[in-house]
Design a protein around this ligand. Structure first.
Ligand SMILES: Nc1ncnc2c1ncn2[C@@H]1O[C@H](COP(=O)(O)OP(=O)(O)OP(=O)(O)O)[C@@H](O)[C@H]1O
Ligand SMILES: [Mg+2]
Length: 234
């Protein structure tokens, strides 16, 4: 079976006046459809840069980024807008919810912009927030807000769910329940999920572990026996 996501020799540098920062320096990896992949590495390694390029939020300087058979590195600006809108679900460290909309309205807002959305209520029930739909973000805990953000991302039925440090702002146990939700979603919907973390301890839950260091891929491991997150301690 061909890979669902392929990065081949992807380079990206940022010019800051006199200095050039090579944020991605020949990144290559593959991820199969339905996999739960973890990108792990120290701060400044280039993880967010890679995820933003994969999500069509940033462009690469050279290389190929193939998602579901399409090289998005060759996409026009207009094609990238459609790609971000229809194909990608994004979950951020700090949730990025609209503060003056309720949980339900936040999910509906995302669902409105795509062709074949899931119902907001159904999605919120899926993530365990059936009773909190009318609450505003400020009335929800961090973990609950992240559940809304996940419901919002999934309501679009994306091809890829990209999560940048989704537990970075949460305590240990809440972080675990969010990772469990992501892992369960991956399994039940057959969703391809990519999670960025600096916490190597959660690597055993993944089907594939991509270690990034100094803007390069240091190691790729395929894990034949991923562990349910509730059995991992760190
Ligand atoms: N828009 C930008 N302009 C200039 N430099 C940038 C930009 N985005 C990232 N960089 C630089 O590229 C390098 C990689 O950054 P990146 O955000 O991808 O790291 P990261 O692995 O996500 O780190 P962290 O774990 O701290 O989030 C860093 O040196 C960073 O300063
Ligand atoms: Mg980052």
């Amino acid at each position: 079976m061909g890979s669902f996501v392929t990065l081949k020799d992807v380079c990206k540098s940022y010019r800051m006046g006199e200095v050039t920062i090579h944020a991605a320096n020949g990144i290559s990896f593959e991820i199969e459809k339905g996999e739960f992949a973890v990108i792990v590495g120290p701060s400044g390694a280039g993880k967010t840069t890679v995820l933003n390029m994969l999500g069509g939020m940033d462009t690469c300087d050279s290389g190929q980024i193939v998602v579901d058979g399409e090289d998005i590195a060759a996409y026009s600006r207009k094609q990238l807008i459609a790609y971000r809108r229809y194909d990608i679900g994004f979950v951020f460290q700090f949730y990025n919810l609209v503060q003056n909309l309720t949980a339900r309205e936040n999910v509906e807002l995302a669902a409105q912009i795509c062709k074949n959305p899931m119902y907001a209520e159904e999605m919120l029930r899926e993530v365990g927030l059936g009773e909190r739909m009318q609450n505003f973000p400020a009335q929800l805990s961090g973990g609950e807000q992240q559940r809304v953000a996940i419901a919002r991302a999934l309501a679009k039925r994306p091809k890829l769910l990209l999560c940048d440090e989704p537990t970075g702002a949460l305590d240990y146990n809440t972080g675990k329940t969010i990772l469990k939700l992501l892992q369960d979603t991956c399994r039940s919907l057959g969703m391809t999920v990519i999670v960025i973390t600096h916490n190597l301890a959660i690597a055993p839950m993944a089907d594939r572990i991509i270690k990034v260091k100094n803007s390069r891929v240091e190691e790729i491991k395929r894990n034949e026996n991923p562990v349910p997150v509730e059995r991992i301690e760190w």
